[in-house]
Design a protein around this ligand. Structure first.
Ligand SMILES: C[S@@+](CC[C@H](N)C(=O)[O-])C[C@H]1O[C@@H](n2cnc3c(N)ncnc32)[C@H](O)[C@@H]1O
Length: 283
């Protein structure tokens, strides 16, 4: 299910070209265990960032972690910068990708001037912090008409909820840099309109996460090393089922695992309204 919400003029849309961008992404990335799950998310995200990638624009990757996605975005054409809170991860990313720029800093008070970037990308970061504050920072550092994509884990997926409960019961801590504070709820997505004039969001993966259960259980109880899920026939069939169900029954979106949110900032560079999310202030 895809929702397009507008509260003002919309910039040029870069829909389409999903296949082209996915192929390019896969060409620059090493395949790894999550890839079948990432593919539709990346295919949704990259066309929105295409104007920045194609023009060699400035792109900020917020919460860049080990740096692999920042480096991929640089290889796709952007002048990419990774922003990361953890000094250890920044050091590791610089070591692994010496030609990509990584900056140590806080997404809630970004160490960049207003209007520094043409695009912003973040993956599983809103769940780690006060995302309302992060969004106002994203808006500040974007140039007029700039674009951003946020890929997040939703709160309501029964599979993800079972996984999170299992981790709690087994007292299995997250790695420090992956520890979630609170997951985004599908119903909260329209709140982004308080910061950006155009917001599009789409849910992914309803039943496909079921395929992760056996390898996760094998790792927990059998000491298996890697959660490996190929993109085989079961995955393809379940993906088709998910897409059809989400199209026909949009209300199921709040049970999906992932959401891709695509936003465009104001073309005037001025905030649409003087708003602190959740607390509307008058102008
Ligand atoms: C779940 S991890 C995702 C990492 C990376 N985006 C990826 O997909 O591989 C969340 C990342 O956000 C970083 N992070 C959390 N809070 C942050 C903050 N306030 N400012 C900058 N980075 C932050 C974490 O250190 C971690 O690297």
């Amino acid at each position: 299910m895809s929702k397009v919400m507008k509260d003002g003029p919309k910039g040029p849309s870069a829909r389409g070209g999903e296949h082209h961008w996915l192929q390019r992404w896969q060409a620059v990335r090493q395949p790894w265990w999550f890839d079948p799950y990432f593919a539709p998310l990346i295919a949704e995200a990259l066309p929105h960032l295409a104007p920045c990638l194609e023009s060699g624009g400035d792109l900020l990757h917020v919460g860049s972690g080990i740096g692999d996605k920042t480096d991929a975005l640089r290889e796709l054409g952007a002048r990419a910068v990774g922003l990361e809170l953890s000094p250890d991860l920044v050091a590791r990313a610089r070591d692994t990708y010496p030609t990509t720029r990584f900056v140590e800093g806080n997404a809630l008070a970004m160490p960049f001037e207003d209007g520094t970037f043409d695009a912003v990308f973040s993956f599983s970061v809103m769940q780690c912090l006060d995302w309302r504050q992060m969004l106002t920072e994203v808006r500040r550092v974007l140039r007029p008409g700039g674009r951003a994509v946020f890929i997040e884990n939703l709160a309501g997926s029964p599979f993800a909820q079972a996984y999170r409960l299992g981790k709690r019961l087994l007292r299995s801590p997250y790695r420090t840099h992956q520890r979630p504070l609170r997951h985004l709820a599908w119903e909260e997505c329209p709140e982004l309109l308080q910061v950006f004039p155009t917001v599009e969001y789409r849910a992914f993966h309803l039943f496909t996460p079921a395929l992760l259960a056996p390898p996760v259980l094998a790792r927990v109880f059998g000491g298996g090393e890697q959660i490996a899920v190929g993109g085989g026939p079961s995955f393809t069939s379940l993906t088709r089922l998910d897409t059809e169900l989400l199209r026909r029954f949009p209300s199921l979106s709040d049970r999906a695992w992932k959401v891709v949110v695509r936003v465009t900032s104001s073309s005037t560079g001025r905030p649409e309204q003087d708003v602190v999310l959740g607390r509307r202030t008058s102008l």
